[in-house]
Design a protein around this ligand. Structure first.
Ligand code: PEP
Length: 249
């Protein structure tokens, strides 16, 4: 059974609610697709207007973060229950910006992954190496270590339903796309790891994205790789080019 591709935009800290509605309207005719899942992962304050704006279309909405707690005195946090109730389906967990700037470690991210599942949200779990790690030849060891920790306690059934985004840190927002071979090699190693932790069936079902400066030009070759099931898109998700990425064929 062929896996369905999934193209998710990561808007990061961009777009006010008013601007978000305008972006959804601009992209609407460009992101129609029968065979690719399309997701907009948007800032918390844009979730409600974007859920409203994409109603009746093929686009699903994701959050960029989730609390590892259920509710209570956690100022500034957003819970799984809040996201689910607002109409969110996906949540990005472990983006390198959060790992780096906000010091989110694997034990914390593991709790967030489990919390997302508890509330019926699909994690888009990010992993990836720094330039120094790639140059030192430890990319695959590093990514395996990250994912092994992040997936503790996740069942095979849950793993089969989730998304992993392989994002080399040196390729994020830099305009430097990993070569097709580099991206495929790591996505394949991730699928092998999933088979090791779970089984072949789970590895066959889990969707693995590549992320890092993907644009309309680079998407077709990347997405044609056997282990790359779509992309997590930063900069280009805010532009018309996102439509080209969705309709990469
Ligand atoms: C990202 O932030 O997940 C990302 C891949 O960004 P960009 O496409 O801008 O490199």
């Amino acid at each position: 059974m062929a896996r369905r591709k999934i193209v998710a935009g990561n808007w990061k800290m961009n777009k006010t609610p008013t601007e978000a509605k305008a972006l959804v309207a601009m992209l609407a005719p460009l992101v129609k697709s029968d065979d690719v899942d399309v997701v907009y992962c948007v800032p918390a304050i844009d979730i409600v207007p974007v859920v409203e704006a994409v109603k009746g279309t093929n686009v699903k909405v994701g959050a960029e973060n989730i609390s590892d707690k259920d509710s209570g005195a956690f100022t500034g946090e957003i819970s799984g229950a809040m996201l689910k109730d607002a109409g969110v389906d996906y949540v990005i967990i472990g983006h390198s910006e959060r790992r780096d700037y906000y010091k989110e470690d694997d034990a914390f991210l593991n709790r967030k992954v489990l919390k997302a599942f508890e509330y019926g949200l699909t994690p888009i779990l990010c992993c990836g190496e720094s330039l120094a790690q790639r140059e030192a030849g430890v990319t695959i060891d590093w990514v395996r270590l990250q994912l092994k920790s992040d997936l503790i306690g996740v069942t095979a059934e849950q793993a089969a339903s989730m998304v992993i985004a392989y994002e080399p840190i040196w390729a994020i927002g830099t305009g430097k796309v990993a070569t097709t071979e580099q991206a495929q090699e790591v996505c394949h190693a991730i699928r092998e790891l999933i088979a090791e932790i779970y089984d072949a069936d789970t590895a066959e079902k889990i969707r693995i994205q590549y992320g890092g400066s993907v644009n309309g030009k680079s998407a077709p070759e990347l997405f044609a790789q056997p282990d790359i099931d779509g992309g997590l898109i930063g900069g280009a998700s805010l532009k018309e080019d996102f439509g080209k990425i969705v309709n990469y064929k």
